[in-house]
Design a binder for this molecule. Structure first.
Ligand code: PMP
Length: 401
């Protein structure tokens, strides 16, 4: 017998499991709206032109070698990533109060940040929104933090439960860490307004709550890199401290390259240097140092004015296609006279629409229409096209009537 014969089969990941089921379905009309990856109008994955160009540069440069990166990754990538999220003229960067380390995409950045906090921060409780990306509670629990939730989404309005959010953060213990989605909240697509962000900032600073931003969709939500970073920047502008996890999976389409960054904004340059020295001790026994290829692509794009401009244009095109899908789906439901208020399809922001469909309706749409999505009714707008919108609208109409 195997020494592992007692091992029980684990359930599929709830998000990645949707694709497993989709792949098994032989129907020609099947549609996968579960996975959070961009698709073209033709339903194909997209490699940005600017990424192809940067890769060509890398290949042509014969001086490049495959040596290990330092523990904290590629120095130029880290500098440019901090500028991207905090702004080129950020006083926090200019006064060297920010330490940035290259990590394994957004997930790795959250995990390294979480483990640093578990080792070196006085308050071990982290508040995450309800609901949130399904990996958040697991990442932070395994990092050694104690996870609690704050109210975020109101199913009645399909919008922000701002009152509940303020009440829950208002009664959180002093010093608690608060996970905030920088923009394009996953799975709800509901973000606070700028005025609400300002109120959240005031409350959090007055209670000494520590912000930990998850920025997985910068530029991908509105099409503007600066606009999607505003929430982070108002917290940095007040001189206070925070953590930010950045991912290049969506906004550069570098999903499988696993490239991202963790920045910790500190009160002084001296503290930032010490924090960085401890981040190295978190990273070294975990994976020694990060991969070189994705970070080299990002650095090549961010350092070059022409490539950078090209990137912003391609990024805007992805964001615009998603926004156009929102309008097409909304129009298609109106044309069918589908009962209910579907205005949230247009109001919500980013890659996903939190449809409000329940698990039973989702199961119906999968069984009868071969449309795949997570059981919470979240659909990826990036997986839709003009060609598939009518099929989805038919399915939603049938599910609610
Ligand atoms: N945070 C949020 C909110 C996400 O939606 C995602 C991707 N689904 C991530 C983090 C991390 O993604 P990655 O590790 O691929 O950058």
């Amino acid at each position: 017998g195997s020494v592992f014969s007692h091992v029980v089969r684990a359930p599929e990941d709830p998000i990645l499991g949707v694709t497993v089921a989709y792949n098994k379905d032989p129907s020609p009309v099947k549609l996968n709206l579960g996975v959070g990856a961009y698709r073209t109008e033709e339903g194909k994955p997209l490699v940005l032109n600017v990424v192809r160009k940067a890769e060509q540069q890398l290949v042509n440069d014969r001086s490049r070698v495959k040596e290990y990166l330092p523990i904290v990754g590629l120095a130029e990538f880290n500098k440019l990533s901090a500028k991207l999220i905090f702004g080129a003229d950020s006083p926090a960067i200019q006064s060297n109060r920010v330490t940035t380390v290259q990590c394994l995409s957004g997930t790795g950045s959250l995990r390294v940040g979480g483990e640093f906090l578990a080792r070196h921060y006085h308050q071990q409780i982290i508040y995450i929104p309800l609901p949130t990306w399904g990996n958040h509670p697991k990442v932070f629990t395994l990092a050694g933090l104690s996870v609690k939730t704050y109210r975020y989404y109101d199913p009645a309005t399909r919008g922000l439960d701002f009152k509940g959010l303020m009440e829950d953060l208002g009664s959180a213990p002093s010093g608690a860490v608060v996970l905030l989605h920088a923009c394009a909240h996953n799975p709800t697509g509901v973000d606070p307004s700028l005025q609400q962000w300002e109120q959240i900032r005031q409350l959090m600073r007055s209670k000494k709550l520590l912000p930990f931003f998850d920025s997985a969709y910068q530029g991908f939500a509105s099409g503007s890199l600066d606009k999607d970073a505003q929430s982070v920047r108002i917290f940095v502008a007040d001189g206070g401290e925070c953590l930010v996890a950045q991912s290049y999976a969506k906004n550069m389409g570098l999903y499988g390259e696993r490239v991202g960054a963790l920045s910790i904004v500190c009160k002084t340059a001296d503290v930032a240097g010490k924090v960085e020295s401890q981040l190295k001790l978190v990273i070294r026994p975990m994976y020694s140092n990060p991969p070189i290829h994705g970070a080299s692509i990002v650095a090549a794009i961010l350092r070059d004015r022409n490539l950078y401009n090209e990137w912003t244009i391609e990024l805007k095109a992805m964001a615009d296609r998603i926004i156009s899908m929102r309008h097409q789906l909304s129009d298609a439901l109106r044309a069918r006279g589908t009962p209910g208020d579907w205005s949230h399809i247009i109001k919500q922001i980013g890659m996903f629409t939190f449809t409000g469909l329940n698990a039973k309706q989702v199961a119906f749409m999968t069984k009868e229409y071969h449309i795949y999505m997570t059981a919470d009714g979240r659909i990826s707008m990036a997986g839709l096209s003009s060609r598939t919108v009518p099929h989805l609208a038919d399915a939603i109409h049938a599910a609610v009537t």
